[in-house]
Write a protein that binds this ligand. Structure first.
Ligand SMILES: Cc1c2[nH]c(c1CCC(=O)O)Cc1[nH]c(c(CCC(=O)O)c1C)Cc1[nH]c(c(CCC(=O)O)c1C)Cc1[nH]c(c(C)c1CCC(=O)O)C2
Length: 369
C-alpha cells in the first residue's frame, strides 16, 4: 500500500521521501536525511511576517497558521523532515496554567508554582484531546498539505524541562527554585513529574493518531541536573513515556512511529538514554560523534550535532564542517541536525548550505544500496 495511515480513519498522500523514517529505523539510505530543530522561526522573514500580525500562541492555536509556518522552511530548503509548529509549553497550559510569550524575553508564567500546595490549582483530570485539539488539527492539516514531501514530526517537552518552566515562571540561569523542590519536596516533585508524564503520553499519542510520523521528546534542561538528580527525576519519566506511548498505540491498533530523545547536555547518561526504548538519540554539539557512537552502541540512530553557531561561518566553511560530520558519523543510523535550535539572527541561506552539503557528501553510489 502506498498511502500511509495515521489511524483507522485518516489516509494521507503517499510519502515521497522516507529517508528520515528509514534512518530512524536503521535501514540503508541513499543519502543522510537532514532537518533542523527550530527550523520554523524568527530567522525566516516569512515567519516574522506571520508573527507581525499574530501573537505567538495564536499561531499555535490556529491550525491554518501553524500549518503555514511549518511549511515555510520546506519551500526554501531540501529538507527531509518537518516539525509541526507548536510549543512545549502548551502542556502546562492544558494543565490550567497561564503562559505568555513576551517579545525579547521569552515565555513567562504570571502565576508560577511556588509551593507544593499550588499543585492543587492544576487540572489533574485534563483531557488533552479536548484542550489541545488545535495541535492535532494542525498536524492533520499539515500532513495533507505537505503532500508527502517528507515526514512530519510531532513533539513534546519532557517532564523535568516543563516542571522547570512551571516553577521558575520562565527561563533561569541557575534553576535554583525548581531544584530546591527536588531537594525539599521530593514527593511533591515526583507527583508533578508523573502528572506531566501522563499528560505528555496522551499528547504524543494524540499527535501520532492525528498523523505525526515521528515524535521528539525535548529534555532541553537536562544539563541543569547532575547525574544523581537526572537518574532520579528525569530518566525514569523519559523511559515511562516511551513505554506508555508504545503500549497505548498497540492497544489502539495504531502503528508505532520512531521516537527521538533529546536530553541536552546529559552526556553522562548516553548509555542509559540509548537503552530507553527510543529509536533515536539526539546529541548536542559538545560530544564527539565517534565517542557518542561507541557509547550508544549500534542499535540506535544518532541525531545531531552541528553547533548552531557554526551557521555564522561562511558557506564554504559550513560545507567543510558538514563533510567532517559525515565522515565522523558515517552514513548509516544518522540523522543530520543541529545540536540545538536555530537562532533568530541566523542567515537562512547558511542553513541551506548545511543541508545541501550534508546531502552532497553523504550521497551513496546506487550499487552499494
Ligand atoms: C525550551 C523549549 C520551548 N519550546 C521548545 C523548546 C524545546 C527546544 C529548545 O530547547 O529550544 C520547542 C519548540 N518551540 C517551537 C518549536 C516549533 C517547531 C520548530 O522547531 O521549528 C519547537 C519544537 C516554536 C517556537 N517557540 C518559541 C519561538 C520564538 C518566539 C516567537 O516567535 O516570538 C518559536 C519559533 C518561543 C519559545 N518557546 C520556548 C522558549 C524558551 C521560547 C523563547 C525562545 C526565544 O525567544 O528565542 C520553550
Amino acid at each position: 500500500m502506498d498511502s500511509s495511515k495515521g489511524n483507522d480513519t485518516l489516509v494521507f498522500p503517499p510519502l515521497k521521501n522516507d529517508l528520515l523514517l528509514r534512518a530512524a529505523r536503521g535501514e540503508k539510505v541513499e543519502r543522510v536525511p537532514v532537518w533542523a530543530m527550530r527550523q520554523a522561526g524568527r530567522y525566516l522573514p516569512e515567519f516574522k511576517a506571520v508573527r507581525a500580525d499574530n501573537e505567538f500562541f495564536k499561531v499555535c492555536r490556529t491550525p491554518e497558521l501553524a500549518c503555514e509556518v511549518t511549511l515555510q522552511p520546506l519551500r526554501r530548503f531540501d529538507l527531509d523532515g518537518s516539525i509541526i509548529f507548536s510549543d512545549i509549553l502548551v502542556v502546562p497550559q492544558a494543565l490550567g496554567m497561564t503562559v505568555e510569550m513576551i517579545p525579547g524575553k521569552g515565555p513567562s508564567f504570571p502565576e508560577p508554582l511556588v509551593n507544593p500546595e499550588d499543585m492543587e490549582k492544576l487540572d489533574f483530570k485534563c483531557d488533552v484531546t479536548k484542550s489541545l485539539s488545535y495541535v492535532y488539527e494542525a498536524i492533520t492539516l499539515t500532513r495533507i498539505k505537505i503532500d508527502g514531501q517528507c515526514p512530519l514530526l510531532g513533539f513534546a517537552g519532557a517532564p523535568w524541562t516543563l516542571m522547570g518552566y512551571m516553577i521558575e515562571g520562565g527561563g533561569s540561569k541557575t534553576f535554583s527554585k525548581v531544584k530546591k523542590w527536588l531537594y525539599c519536596y521530593p514527593e511533591a516533585s515526583h507527583k508533578l513529574l508523573q502528572l506531566l508524564a501522563d499528560t505528555i503520553v496522551d499528547h504524543l499519542v494524540a499527535q501520532i493518531c492525528a498523523g505525526a510520523q515521528l515524535v521528539q521528546l525535548f529534555e532541553s534542561n537536562a544539563g541543569i541536573l547532575g547525574p544523581q538528580l537526572f537518574y532520579k527525576f528525569s530518566l525514569p519519566y523519559i523511559r515511562y513515556i516511551s513505554k506508555k506511548v508504545k503500549e497505548n498505540l498497540t492497544s489502539k491498533g495504531v502503528e508505532h512511529v520512531p521516537m527521538i530523545i533529546f536530553a541536552k547536555d546529559a552526556h553522562y547518561a548516553l548509555e542509559e538514554l540509548s537503552e530507553s526504548n527510543y529509536e533515536v538519540v539526539s546529541l548536542d554539539w559538545t560530544i564527539k560523534p565517534k565517542n557518542a557512537r561507541s557509547r550508544c552502541g549500534e542499535n540506535v540512530t544518532l541525531q545531531g550535532n552541528l553547533d548552531p553557531c557554526a551557521l555564522y561561518a561562511s558557506k564554504e566553511e559550513i560545507a567543510s564542517i558538514a563533510k567532517e560530520l559525515v565522515e565522523s558519523f558515517g552514513t548509516r543510523r544518522w540523522i543530520a541536525n543541529l545540536g540545538h535550535g536555530m537562532y533568530p539572527d541566523h542567515d537562512p541561506e547558511h542553513l541551506g548550505a548545511f543541508i545541501d552539503a550534508i546531502h552532497k557528501y553523504s550521497e551513496q553510489p546506487s550499487d552499494e544500496l
